[in-house]
Write a protein that binds this ligand. Structure first.
Ligand SMILES: NC(=O)C1=CN([C@@H]2O[C@H](COP(=O)(O)OP(=O)(O)OC[C@H]3O[C@@H](n4cnc5c(N)ncnc54)[C@H](OP(=O)(O)O)[C@@H]3O)[C@@H](O)[C@H]2O)C=CC1
Ligand SMILES: CC(C)(CO)C(=O)C(=O)O
Length: 302
């Protein structure tokens, strides 16, 4: 099976590596520093205390999606439009395209750009790039996708490659549940430059988080999305399960990169505005991060 990964970053390299390990013909499409390193030395894949070199091909050229049966779309939400436009003319007519991204509207936005259905996947993994062509896996790796013929086919290919796939009637709710975690913590960690365990000790922080979550649930409810489980409890649990973690938004700002905040709290603010639902807590967090993005010299160590 030929599989193309659009966006050879942490998520793309992780899932590409799993599929290549299982014998699939994988091409990673990414930036020159990663592509050169992967083509020279293979992908360095670090997981559970072992380091492997995985041979797979890499390209900086979006035409490399041509002929792929499955395309895993793994760029940040900020790059959905440009990366989608770059690959669109080269997709095979029957290619199945999956969005492996945070946020709830990437699959729809990508679908508009490439003119075909895109399967949204909820991604439960902790990975990062440790260097050029070097992915580090810290835990988990399962995906949740919605039902349908394409999903069955995708699951039959991914599952044997050590990628657990849950086909759920409420994949949309699961996508929202993940985004609500992001809305609760990402901006607070970015603004404070603190990990979750520390920021939770701040005066009034848990009240802010409760308000953010309540606003997100009001918006979800208004568009008939049922967010599964006890969301407030799941959000509170992050402090115990990931006390030393800095949000991806904090990490993006430290690297001087645009964050995905427009597609997290920013999405809630826009959607709430359109529906007439007040979202003041999300608005303040969103604006704070946008202000931080305007400042030069954000780079630093977390
Ligand atoms: N990392 C994680 O543990 C998790 C991440 N996610 C989500 O997964 C998505 C991907 O995240 P992640 O892998 O961490 O992000 P990364 O930034 O590590 O990877 C994305 C890569 O795609 C590259 N890229 C962007 N546009 C193009 C293009 N047109 N052509 C080629 N390469 C391109 C980026 O380059 P450049 O940076 O130079 O633009 C970057 O190297 C995000 O939505 C994230 O929120 C979800 C769960 C966990
Ligand atoms: C779940 C959470 C908040 C963990 O860091 C995350 O997905 C992110 O940082 O973007």
């Amino acid at each position: 099976m030929k599989i193309a990964v659009m966006g050879a970053g942490a998520v793309g390299c992780y899932y590409g590596a799993r599929l290549a390990q299982h014998g699939h013909d994988v091409v990673l499409i990414g930036r020159p520093q990663h592509v050169q390193a992967i083509n020279k030395n293979g992908l360095v894949f670090e997981s559970a205390g072992t380091v492997l070199n995985i041979a797979l091909s890499a390209s900086i050229d979006p035409t490399a999606v041509a002929g792929a049966d499955i395309v895993l779309f793994c760029v940040k939400s900020t790059d959905t439009q440009s990366a989608g436009e770059a690959m669109a003319p080269h997709l095979s007519p029957d290619a199945i395209v999956l969005s492996l991204q945070n946020g709830v509207d990437n699959a729809e936005r990508l679908g508009t750009v490439i003119g075909r259905n895109v399967l949204p996947a909820v991604v439960y993994v902790a990975v990062g790039m440790a260097g050029a062509g070097h992915v580090a896996h810290f835990g988990r790796g399962e995906l949740v996708i919605g039902p349908g013929a394409q999903s069955e086919k995708v699951a039959s290919i991914l599952r044997p490659a050590a990628i657990p796939v849950d086909i759920s009637e409420n994949a949309a709710g699961a996508l929202w549940a993940k985004m609500i975690l992001n809305c609760a913590y990402n901006a607070l960690s970015a603004v404070s430059r603190l990990p979750y365990g520390e920021l939770a000790k701040g005066e009034g922080v848990m009240t802010v988080i409760e308000n953010v979550v309540a606003e997100c649930l009001a918006v979800a409810n208004a568009i008939n999305v049922v967010v599964p489980g006890d969301v407030q409890a799941a959000v509170a649990g992050i402090i115990k399960t990931m006390p030393a973690q800095y949000s991806s938004t904090a990490q993006d700002l430290m690297r001087g990169k645009p964050s995905e905040i427009d597609y997290l709290n920013g999405y809630i603010v826009r959607k709430g505005g359109a529906l007439g639902i007040a979202t003041p807590a999300n608005q303040v967090l969103y604006t704070m991060v946008k202000l931080l993005e305007m400042r030069p010299g954000q780079e630093g160590t977390v």
